[in-house]
Design a protein around this ligand. Structure first.
Ligand SMILES: [Fe+2]
Length: 324
């Protein structure tokens, strides 16, 4: 019994609550409650692996309960099960770090599959988290960018080789810029490291699900979450500040229409503006845009065209001169 993962069902309607209990109790250590307040008590007292959460509870909104969990630092997977879902609420929930979003009435087989996949992802993310902690420690002990990057490459390259190759190239292009901009060597190294880690939030994100929303919509919205998720994954690991700025802001646009914060111009940290440029350039020349690779001269033209809209004009101009 104690080896089974623990699941807490937070559901005020007796029908679905009992249905979930019947289906899940053979496989999991199960707790069921009908109110947010009791849910919090249980989560404070018991190690729980996964919560299924109804968005509408008698004493509190499900999303408020979710915020409270995060505020308290309770690390638990959350699957939203609701009759009142909208794409917007699904997106909000994903920003809160939920694992999946299921609309009532749900299909039992589908739900079981989602739960199993979520628990598997939890195991994988834990091992990723341990690896990230090791990178953080390596950095703290030696402040050695090269060794840290090598370590990241070995561990994460096995999980997602394409992403890590992209990371390596973006880091290289970013270093071309920082060297020419006359930044201090500490700043250059921090930017190189941040560039290397910029898309870390994408690892694991593929497993986050919003059932019943269209695939392309899901992918688009999930893509928008990876900067914040990446920043959260590395929080508390004592990397230099620019690393966190890069993770969060590398999809901002110079004209303020980017995400997640819609920052514009100089309000976007310089480190992030540099990595955005390197990222866009790599996407163009390697065909990661989905449009096929384009030759470097055309990519430079693109950067010049985007100067002032998506890209920092001075940096874009500078970069276009540096790469050839
Ligand atoms: Fe990204």
């Amino acid at each position: 019994m104690s080896n089974q993962p623990s699941i807490l069902i937070v559901e005020d309607e007796a029908g679905p609550r009992e249905a979930l209990r019947t289906v899940l109790s053979p496989y999991y250590n199960l707790f069921t409650v009908d109110r947010a307040e009791v849910a919090l008590q249980i989560l404070d007292q018991q190690p729980i692996d996964l919560v299924t959460l109804d968005l509408k509870l008698p004493d509190q909104q499900g999303l408020d309960l979710l915020s409270e969990l995060r505020r308290k630092g309770i690390e638990v997977e959350v699957i939203i099960i609701t009759g009142y879902g909208t794409l917007q609420s699904a997106i909000d929930a994903i920003r809160h770090g939920i694992s999946a979003y299921i609309l009532k009435p749900f299909n039992i087989a589908e739900l079981l599959e989602v739960i199993n996949r979520t628990l598997e992802r939890r195991r994988q993310l834990r091992s990723l988290q341990e690896a990230l902690q090791a990178f953080g420690k390596l950095w703290m002990d030696h402040s050695d960018t090269k060794a840290t990057i090598q370590h990241i490459e070995t561990i994460l390259g096995a999980k997602n080789p394409e992403l890590i190759q992209h990371a390596g190239r973006v880091s290289f292009y970013a270093s071309l810029l920082t060297e020419h901009l006359g930044l201090s060597s500490a700043e250059c190294e921090a930017i190189q490291l941040g560039a290397y880690l910029h898309d870390i939030g994408q690892i694991g994100i593929q497993e986050r699900l919003m059932l019943n929303a269209s695939r392309s919509q899901q992918e688009q919205e999930l893509k928008k979450c990876h900067p914040v998720i990446g920043e959260r994954m590395l929080s508390g690991l004592s990397f230099p500040t620019p690393v966190y700025r890069i993770l969060r802001h590398h999809h901002e646009r110079f004209d303020g229409t980017g995400f997640p914060d819609g920052l514009s111009g100089d309000r976007i940290p310089l480190a992030a503006r540099i990595v955005t440029l390197a990222d866009v350039f790599d996407n163009l020349v390697t065909g990661r845009t989905g449009l096929g690779p384009i030759p470097i001269p055309e990519a430079r033209e693109y950067l010049r065209r985007e100067a002032g809209t998506s890209l920092d004009p001075e940096l874009a101009d500078f970069f276009a001169k540096v790469v050839w």
